[in-house]
Design a binder for this molecule. Structure first.
Ligand SMILES: [Zn+2]
Length: 666
C-alpha cells in the first residue's frame, strides 16, 4: 500500500544575506517535523530553496562588483553548505534562477491571465526597495511603514493582479478552514487585514532587469513574490512531472516567519485560486528570535549564526535549544547563557548522564547483556510505574508534535528523563548489586531503565537525531532508529540477553565561560572575516566576498583593548609589481616585498591608481590576515588605504620619511 504523503516547505530564503540563526531555526523546525512524520509512516518531502531575483539582489551584486549570477551562486551555495553541515533532511532545494522555475512561474501566471485576473495599468507612487513593495501610505517623511527605510518615487507601466476580487473568497477560506493560518493570533490579523479591503496588486516591474521576464512582454519582469511563492510548486513537479505533482500537491504545511505572513496567507491563495490550482492546507507563522528583547537584524549588528554553536556543542544541542527555548509561534529570547545552562543541565547532566549510567551498569553487573525483567513484575512496582509513565509520555509527546509544540514535547520527554533518574536513585541498583539474593530485582530494575532509555531515544529522535541514534545503538538495537514508528513503539521490546554497545559520552559537560568565549570568537570571525580591518574598502571593495557585504559594519565607536590592536600585524612593504586582473575593474594584483618575503596581494586600488604608478611605492601591509581568494586570485595580506568620499575612493597610506621594507608598525 502507498504511504500517505506529507509535503512541507520552509520559506524560500532571500539571498541578500547569508544564512543566520533565524533561517536555521525555521529549517530545523521543518526538519524536525519531517523526521517526526517519517516516524508516523508518511512519505515526506521537505522543500527549501533560495529566492534570488529582485532589485535588492541587483543592487547588492552591483555593490559587490560582481554579476548577479555570481552573487546569487555564492550565497545559494552557502545555504546548501550550511544545511549539509547541519545534516538537515532536505529533499528538494529549488533556486528561483533555475530554468524549471521560469517555466512554472509562466504557467501559473498564464493560467491566471487566461482566467481574466491579470490586466495592464500604470503605477505611480512610492516604492520600498528593501521590501520590494509599493507603499501606498508612507510614514511622514516618506518612510516605509514596514521597515522604516526611505521610499522612492516611481512611475511605471505594470501588469496588475485582480486581488480585489478575492476578498470574499479569502474570508470564506479562513472561516471554513480555521487552521489554514496558525497560530490563532496571526489568523486574526490576516482576517482583519482582508476585511479592510484588498487592492489590486502590481505583479510586474519595468525598473528591474534581474528577474523572470514577463511572458510575451520582456521589458517587464515578474514581481519577486509571484516568482518566489511558485517555488513551492516547482519543487514537486508543477507542469513538469505529473506523477509527482499529483502525489505531493497541495503542500500540507508552509512554515514561515511572521513577517512574510501576508504574502503567504493573502496573495498566495489568491494566486492559486486565480489559476484554479489547489490551495496549501496550512500556513504556520512562527515568531522571531530576540536578543535582549531586540529583533535580530543586520542593522543592529546582533546577527547570530548557527555554526559556532553546532561546532562547539554539537548539532543536536543547537536543535534541542532552539526547539526547547522558543514556544513555537511566539517570539523567543536567545541568550548564550541560557543555551549553555540548558546544555549542561538538560543534556550533559540530564539525558547524556542518564544514558551513560544505564549502559555502564549493564556492563558492570550483567556483562553487557540486557538483563531480564521479573516474570510477573510483582516484585518491582517501580518498574511497572516507569513503564506506565513511558507510555503516557509517548502519548503526550505525539500530541505535542502533532500540534507543533516542540517545547512541550521536549518538556514531556524530559519529565521521563527525570523520572528515570529518580527511579534509579530510589531503586539503588549499586546497593542491590552487593547482595546476590537481590539479583533478580537488580535485573528487573536495569531492564526497566534500559527499556525506558530506548523509549526516550525514539521519542526525542525527531529533535535530536544524532544523539538518539547513538543511544539507540548503544542499547544494542540493530535496526536504524529512523525506521521506527513512534506511535507503535513498544516499551519492553529490548530482548533480555541481547548484547549492548559501548557507553560513550554523548554530551560532554562544558565549561560555560570557555564555551561562551569560543562561540563568541567564531561569531566574530563570521561577522567580520579576517579582522575588523578586512572590511575597509582598501581590501578590494569590488571583490569583497558576499558575506562581507551582508555583514554589519563594526560599530564605529566600539573601543578595543590594546591586545586587540596587537593582533593586527602591520609592516612596511614595497610594491614590486602591479597588474590588472582580467574581468575585474576595481582590483589589482600586486607583489609586495615585506622584508623577509614577497607576498601576492589583491587590493582594491584600481579606481585611484594605474598599476605602473604603484611600483616602488612604500605601503602599509596587514601581514597576518588569513589568505583569501578574490576573483579567484589568492591574496596574502591587505594594503591599508584611506577611504575617501561617498564612493570610498582609496588613497594609499604611505610614509613621509624613508623607511625600510619589513619595518613593523605599532
Ligand atoms: Zn520597507
Amino acid at each position: 500500500m502507498d504511504k500517505p504523503k506529507y509535503y512541507l516547505t520552509t520559506p524560500i530564503y532571500y539571498v541578500n544575506a547569508r544564512p543566520h540563526l533565524g533561517h536555521t531555526y525555521t529549517t530545523i523546525v521543518a526538519d524536525t517535523i519531517a523526521r517526526y512524520k517519517r516516524m508516523r509512516g508518511y512519505d515526506v518531502v521537505l522543500l527549501t530553496g533560495t529566492d534570488e531575483h529582485g532589485q535588492k539582489i541587483e543592487r547588492a551584486a552591483k555593490a559587490a562588483g560582481v554579476k548577479e549570477e555570481e552573487f546569487v551562486d555564492r550565497i545559494a551555495e552557502e545555504y546548501r553548505q550550511l544545511w549539509k553541515e547541519l545534516d538537515l533532511s532536505i529533499d528538494r532545494f529549488v533556486r528561483t534562477t533555475e530554468p524549471r522555475q521560469e517555466r512554472a512561474v509562466h504557467r501559473l501566471l498564464l493560467q491566471a491571465k487566461d482566467n481574466g485576473y491579470i490586466y495592464k495599468g500604470f503605477y505611480e507612487g512610492q516604492y520600498c526597495v528593501f521590501d520590494e513593495m509599493y507603499v501606498d501610505e508612507p510614514l511622514p517623511g516618506g518612510f516605509c511603514p514596514e521597515c522604516e527605510r526611505p521610499t522612492e518615487r516611481i512611475r511605471e507601466e505594470n501588469y496588475y493582479f485582480k486581488l480585489s476580487e478575492f476578498q470574499d473568497r479569502l474570508l470564506q477560506l479562513y472561516e471554513s478552514q480555521p487552521d489554514f493560518i496558525q497560530p490563532e493570533t496571526r489568523r486574526n490579523e490576516v482576517m482583519a487585514f482582508v476585511r479592510g479591503g484588498l487592492r489590486d496588486l502590481s505583479v510586474s516591474r519595468t525598473s528591474i532587469k534581474w528577474g523572470i521576464p514577463w511572458p510575451g512582454d520582456e521589458k517587464h519582469v515578474i514581481y519577486v513574490w509571484y516568482d518566489a511563492l511558485t517555488t513551492y510548486m516547482t519543487g514537486v513537479g508543477y507542469g513538469d512531472d505529473e506523477l509527482q505533482w499529483e502525489k505531493f500537491w497541495p503542500a500540507d504545511l508552509h512554515l514561515i516567519g511572521k513577517e512574510i505572513l501576508r504574502f503567504h496567507a493573502v496573495y498566495w491563495p489568491a494566486f492559486l485560486m486565480a489559476a484554479e490550482e489547489p490551495l496549501p492546507k496550512r500556513i504556520y507563522a512562527h515568531g522571531w528570535w530576540l536578543f535582549a528583547d531586540e529583533k535580530m537584524s543586520k542593522s543592529r549588528g546582533n546577527m547570530q549564526y548557527p555554526q559556532p554553536i553546532a561546532r562547539t556543542l554539537g548539532i543536536d544541542a543547537l536543535r534541542y535549544f532552539v526547539l526547547r527555548e522558543m514556544v513555537f509561534g511566539q517570539d523567543g529570547n536567545f541568550s548564550r547563557d541560557s543555551l549553555l545552562t540548558r546544555y549542561n543541565a538538560d543534556l550533559a547532566n540530564g539525558l547524556g548522564n542518564l544514558a551513560s549510567r544505564i549502559i555502564a551498569m549493564i556492563h558492570q553487573y550483567f556483562a553487557g547483556r540486557i538483563p531480564a525483567p521479573l516474570a510477573d513484575n510483582a516484585g518491582a512496582p517501580r518498574s511497572v510505574a516507569l513503564a506506565k509513565k513511558s507510555a503516557d509520555v509517548q502519548q503526550e509527546a505525539i500530541a505535542h508534535y502533532e500540534a507543533l509544540q516542540f517545547s512541550l514535547a521536549l518538556e514531556s520527554i524530559w519529565s521521563l528523563v527525570a523520572a528515570t533518574d529518580q527511579f534509579l536513585t530510589e531503586s539503588r541498583p549499586w546497593v542491590l548489586a552487593k547482595d546476590e539474593s537481590k539479583k533478580p530485582e537488580l535485573s528487573d530494575i536495569l531492564n526497566a531503565a534500559a527499556q525506558t532509555l530506548r523509549h526516550i531515544a525514539a521519542l526525542a529522535f525527531p529533535v535530536m537525531p544524532h544523539a538518539c541514534e547513538k543511544i539507540w545503538l548503544a542499547l544494542g538495537n540493530k535496526s536504524k532508529l529512523e525506521f521506527e514508528q513512534i506511535d507503535t513503539l513498544a516499551w519492553g521490546a529490548l530482548p533480555a540477553g541481547s548484547h549492548i554497545g559501548e557507553s560513550q559520552a554523548i554530551f560532554p559537560r562544558v565549561d560555560k565561560n570557555e564555551a561562551s568565549e569560543r562561540i563568541e570568537a567564531m561569531e566574530e570571525e563570521i561577522r567580520n572575516p579576517g579582522s575588523a580591518a578586512a572590511s575597509s574598502p582598501a581590501s578590494a571593495p569590488s571583490a569583497a566576498p558576499a558575506p562581507a557585504v551582508a555583514a554589519p559594519a563594526p560599530a564605529a565607536d566600539a573601543k578595543i583593548a590594546i591586545e586587540d590592536f596587537a593582533k593586527v600585524q602591520m609592516r612596511v612593504g614595497v610594491v614590486k609589481t602591479a597588474e590588472r586582473i582580467q574581468g575585474a575593474d576595481k582590483i589589482l594584483k600586486l607583489t609586495v616585498d615585506i622584508g623577509d618575503e614577497v607576498r601576492q596581494i589583491v587590493a582594491g586600488l584600481a579606481v585611484s591608481y594605474q598599476p605602473e604608478e604603484l611600483v616602488g611605492k612604500k605601503v602599509v601591509v596587514v601581514v597576518n590576515l588569513a589568505p583569501r581568494k578574490l576573483r579567484g586570485v589568492e591574496s596574502n595580506g591587505m594594503i591599508v588605504a584611506a577611504s575617501v568620499g561617498p564612493e570610498g575612493k582609496p588613497v594609499l597610506c604611505t610614509f613621509a620619511e624613508d623607511v625600510p621594507a619589513g619595518a613593523k608598525l605599532k
